[in-house]
Unconditional design. Structure first.
Length: 549
């Protein structure tokens, strides 16, 4: 017997419709690339999103076509979140911090039809516009007065103005209804084997993830909040906050390109921000500014920290000095991304301050409906509440089952009828279900919350005529958490300096990917199959001091 309830698909457009109808006067504030502070409301944003949906259709964008963005956090980017996905097309957020070669590869792989960009990224657009295979229209996310002209627009075919597109349409548009499993957005993740792979989210998975992060024991979002996502909208949809804000009717503040301590602090105070989210490196800069100027936070009481592990000292500084609760979260692109949050359970209320900080420093416990287990090398599940560490496997309705275009084949480990996604992290789980990451099995480096593929760096080094073997591992860095350290075996009789090898990277990768240092060794440890044993190298160089100059 079936239940007798209305059948209504879970669609992203319903989030904006809800915000417009029930929180229409709630503000959305943005620091714009043009330099000013822009203010709008959910009601006005919803109308502009409908106009943009019509404009994209007029450009020939059809159901499931990919529309790309290269943009900061701002109201226009937010409008595209809903205009693109709501109309049935797929929003593809590109990471502007990548090398032009990588941006070109990803845009081609995604078969992007339209690419919308902030003016900051005009040089990057000029570097890729003549090389992409499928992009038919380039849209500058600005008004007519700020449009690039002359040399600035040279080499960009079919260059359009965002505000002209909005003005060309009215807002008489009804969001279409379709299967909730329809693709909604696309993000690429740096894998361990060369080229990035695409993760294709559905409307259903996105709405379910939005419910999950808004829960009190998750990111605890409500209409009482003013949310400022520092985490970029090109990083797994800003961890879902542009969706959650609409769901609960929170005020939303976008920092644009102003991610320095002074700019962020001024927005926090002027707009009365209550909750924010970002990677540790951003908070280091903010805390340094606040401390240097003898300031405090008037309204901010929670910040979500993820992307890389939050240093214990930062937890204490936020909590003890500024009365800001840190919510330590963990996840990944393949998980939409939030999987765990270090929220307390009732028994933690009686613990000492030190013991509570120990709980807060873990990666936390699962948010519903994510499930998790740890397994040994043979795939056998390990018990919680012991010192045993194992590979972290996850499953749930907003976790990837396959990569876009089936890149890499089936990524899941199958246990009976259920598939589990291997995260690449190694962790232990305590008796209360709190996960503590102890190592990473993936050979990727996380610098300031951004992934750096170690294999790409090794391949470039191996192309140098004086290099016999090269391994790239993560070394601890006081600001960026991790930075690449290159371990190299020279060919017999070959002469090679650190400076010469680092210079060899110039122009081949994004500059910030370049290794911080090179160590020359006689041999790199190999396993039985001839594979480099990076876990042994990481242990060998765990206390290595990178040059800071």
């Amino acid at each position: 017997m079936n239940g007798q309830m209305m059948q209504q698909p879970l669609l992203i457009s319903s989030l904006l419709t809800h915000a417009e109808r029930h929180h229409g006067d709630r503000e959305v504030v943005s620091r714009r690339v043009e330099g000013d502070i822009h203010r709008t409301t959910y009601k006005a944003m919803a109308a502009r999103s409908r106009r943009m949906a019509k404009a994209l259709a007029a450009l020939g964008v059809q159901r499931s076509d990919r529309v790309a963005t290269l943009a900061w956090n701002g109201y226009r980017h937010m409008e595209l979140y809903y205009a693109v996905s709501g109309s049935g097309a797929v929003l593809h957020t590109l990471n502007p911090r990548l090398h032009p070669d990588q941006v070109t590869y990803i845009a081609d792989h995604a078969e992007d039809q339209v690419l919308c960009f902030d003016l900051t990224f005009l040089p990057l657009i000029q570097a890729v516009a003549g090389r992409t295979k499928t992009v038919k229209h380039w849209v500058a996310m600005t008004d007519r007065a700020h449009m690039p002209v002359g040399a600035a627009a040279a080499g960009i075919p079919n260059l359009l103005c965002y505000e002209d597109l909005i003005e060309s349409q009215d807002d008489r548009y009804s969001w279409p209804s379709f299967d909730e499993n329809t693709a909604s957005s696309l993000c690429y993740t740096s894998g361990t084997t060369g080229n990035p792979k695409g993760v294709l989210y559905s409307h259903r998975s996105t709405v379910l993830h939005t419910f999950a992060i808004a829960l009190p024991d998750s990111l605890n979002c409500s209409a009482m909040d003013c949310i400022l996502p520092v985490v970029p909208m090109f990083h797994v949809n800003a961890w879902g906050l542009p969706y959650a804000a609409c769901m609960v009717g929170a005020k939303l503040v976008f920092p644009g390109a102003g991610l320095d301590g002074k700019s962020l602090y001024e927005l926090f105070e002027a707009e009365q921000v209550t909750v924010s989210a970002g990677v540790p490196t951003v908070w280091q800069a903010l805390l340094s500014y606040v401390e240097a100027n003898g300031l405090k936070f008037s309204t901010m009481r929670r910040t979500v920290i993820g992307g890389s592990a939050c240093p214990p000292a930062m937890l204490r500084t936020f909590g003890d000095t500024y009365d800001v609760r840190v919510l330590h979260a963990w996840g990944m692109t393949e998980m939409s991304p939030v999987g765990t949050v270090a929220a307390f359970k009732p028994r933690h209320a009686a613990l000492s301050r030190e013991a509570r900080y120990a709980v807060m420093s873990t990666q936390g416990r699962c948010v519903y409906p994510v499930d998790m287990k740890i397994v040994d090398e043979a795939g056998h599940e390990l018990a919680w509440g012991t010192e045993a560490s194992g590979d972290v496997l996850v499953r749930g309705p907003f976790i990837v089952s396959r990569y876009f275009k089936d890149e890499g084949g089936d990524p899941l480990r199958h246990d009976g009828e259920t598939g589990w996604f291997p995260t690449g992290d190694v962790a232990r789980i305590d008796a209360d279900g709190y996960m503590q990451i102890t190592d990473r099995s993936k050979d990727v480096i996380k610098s300031g919350g951004e992934w750096i593929g170690s294999i790409d760096l090794e391949n470039i080094a191996m192309a140098h005529p004086a290099v016999a073997m090269a391994a790239c591992i993560a070394a601890h860095h006081p600001k960026w958490d991790e930075r690449p350290l290159l371990v190299v075996v020279k060919k017999p009789g070959a002469e090679l300096t650190r400076e010469a090898l680092l210079a060899f990277y110039e122009g081949k990768i994004a500059k910030w990917w370049t290794p911080d240092d090179v160590v020359f060794v006689d041999a790199i440890p190999l396993g039985a199959t001839g594979k480099m044993q990076k876990n042994r190298l990481r242990e060998q160089f765990k206390d290595y001091k990178l040059p800071t100059a």
